[in-house]
Design a protein around this ligand. Structure first.
Ligand code: NAP
Length: 287
């Protein structure tokens, strides 16, 4: 990786995206900072001048994605780090979420990542490599949070998509890092989220989740500026994990989930194996 890098970040107006743009600029890099309303980046342009290229981008528009990536690559000569950060969640039970809302969340949370990754790969391949950072969530590893079915399904989809992308693009020198934050002090659970009325049947699950979310960001431990500095440091590092939990909760929940999965797979392994020709069959079920 070159010492001075060129970054491309989606959802730069607020939260993690803005912190990342700032951290990358502070480290001396050049950044194509994309946002639905690029005028929100005027202060960064005033501060960093030609090192920041503000671009209008809604990640649900594949043509706009291709245009923005091409413009950024032309301006900087290459793109070293692509960050799929844009994302949001609305809260309602799966049973009562309008299909249109479930799909619309996917348009940003999954298809936005798909559009940017797909358009970035040929650029990265032709220049001999690069890094793609995908913002998933600890919920994209552990899952099961009531009320955010579309969001968490999309985050799981990002991980599945990224595993294939990693394998396919590795021969071109392209690396793919999936980050899995727990709660961070951004607008994610604030102005970016709409919360539907909860039917009484879902009070104990989705309602309880809403109560937790309404407690606001003050109880949330994650510092987006620290996360951004960690990612800027990682982008210059050779040895990267495939998945990086960010925050104490993300770390502990991921390890606990992976242990549960391992224990379950081991407990059921005789049953699982017995489906193949040549294996002992039938076998007893675990007590
Ligand atoms: N904060 C957390 O606790 C947390 C935990 C796990 C994962 N994450 C992930 O972190 C990423 C960033 O979220 P955040 O926490 O920084 O939340 P945030 O403060 O609400 O920022 C979300 C950003 O995404 C942008 N965005 C949303 N839809 C977009 C679209 N269609 N096209 C382009 N930009 C779009 C928003 O732009 P506008 O200003 O135009 O709305 C905003 O810049 C998301 O992928 C989120 O899922 C966050």
């Amino acid at each position: 990786m070159q010492q001075t890098q060129a970054w491309f970040v989606t959802g730069s107006s607020r939260g993690f995206g803005r912190s990342l743009v700032r951290a990358a600029l502070a480290a001396g890099h050049r950044v194509a900072a994309t946002a639905r309303r690029p005028e929100q980046l005027d202060d960064l342009v005033a501060e960093y001048g030609h090192r920041v290229l503000p671009l209008r981008l809604d990640v649900t528009d594949p043509e706009a994605v291709r245009t923005a990536l091409a413009e950024a690559a032309t301006r900087f000569g290459r793109l070293d780090v692509i960050v799929n950060n844009a994302g949001y969640a609305n809260v309602s039970p799966i049973e009562t979420t309008p299909d249109a809302d479930f799909r619309t969340q996917f348009e940003t949370n999954f298809w936005g990542v798909y559009h940017v990754s797909k358009a970035a790969v040929p650029l990265l391949r032709e220049q001999g490599g690069g890094l793609v950072i995908q913002f998933s969530s600890v919920g994209g590893r552990v899952g099961g949070s009531p009320g955010i079915g579309s969001y968490q399904a999309a985050k799981f989809a990002i991980d599945g998509f990224s595993r294939v992308l990693r394998t396919e693009a590795a021969p071109f020198g392209v690396r793919v890092l999936v980050v899995e934050p727990s709660g961070f002090r951004t607008d994610w659970a604030g102005s970016s989220m709409s919360v539907a009325e909860v039917p009484p049947e879902y009070e104990a699950t989705v309602g309880a989740m809403n109560t937790r979310l309404r407690q606001g960001e003050s109880g949330v431990a994650g510092d987006p500026d620290r996360a951004a500095q960690i990612l800027v440091a990682l982008a210059a590092h050779d040895d990267l994990p495939d998945n990086l939990p960010l925050g104490v909760n993300a770390t502990e929940m991921s390890v606990a989930q992976d242990r549960r999965l391992l224990e379950s797979d081991q407990r059921w392994s005789a049953v699982s194996r017995s489906a193949d020709f040549g294996e002992p069959f039938p076998v007893g079920l675990p007590a």
